[in-house]
Design a protein around this ligand. Sequence first.
Ligand SMILES: C[S@@+](CC[C@H](N)C(=O)[O-])C[C@H]1O[C@@H](n2cnc3c(N)ncnc32)[C@H](O)[C@@H]1O
Length: 277
Amino acid sequence: MHKAPRSRLVTDRARLGHKMRYALSHPRRVLPYLRRAGRDCWLRLRHRGSHIAYYRAVMASDTARSPEAAVGGRPSHARWLAIGEMQYDYLVRHGLKPQDRMLEIGCGNLRAGWRFIGHLEPGHYYGIDISPDILVEAKKTVVRYGLQDKLPYLTPVDNLTLDFLPGSFFTVVHAHSVFSHSPLEVIDECLAHVGRVLAPGGWFDFTYDRTEGSEHQVLGEDFYYRTETLIQLAEKHGLAARHMEDWEQLPHGQSKLRITHRAAAAPPDARTTEETS
Ligand SMILES: C[S@@+](CC[C@H](N)C(=O)[O-])C[C@H]1O[C@@H](n2cnc3c(N)ncnc32)[C@H](O)[C@@H]1O
């Protein structure tokens, strides 16, 4: 199942020992890390008790410095383009059609979104994000790529209950590098509600940072989960989850799960049994 080296998958990045070893082998990253840790500590204090408010403040600060780096870590336009293209190519390879109705959760500044919008029929792309600052940048991306006639929806949210969206509507739901920044209760909330908006036969793909060691987080920004944890969470909400092996071949450090309604995931025989029972 894994392409990533095993040592990477069992590393606990929150442990002091790991941080010391990392600092010794990457001395130039120590000062930026300390600056970030200081800022995050201050923002956590200001937004105590609400991960969403805290992360929205992180995004505001990161976006002010560089919108492209805010969604991808490194301030490189080439990388922004490449990661967006990777997401787009993958979904098109998996059958994303112009007629699909797509919801992108955590759409950022449309790194992949501008390509989805271009591919889909007008009004078929819906992007949501907790950060108003990055959505302003998303709007600029729509203008830069001349996508006004595609009429994309871009909406700020403060939770993932998806309560303002229609039921059984979206054929494709996508969340790239969002749950890698989310505590489990946020993922739980999303999985509790995404089944309602997912059209019959639709699918929800999300990436996450996978660990095979202990689950941990760094600075309240980066979260590492075991695959079983997320699969069990999906099952708790009556959904099926499948690890996407072909995503592992791509040069991107995260893993991907595909969520469907349980009936859609069942093999044809089982489906017949379920439907007739
Ligand atoms: C690393 S960026 C990735 C953006 C985009 N998916 C991409 O691939 O370029 C993560 C994005 O998810 C948003 N985000 C984080 N938590 C979220 C949540 N609970 N609900 C909606 N958006 C969220 C952030 O504001 C940010 O824009």
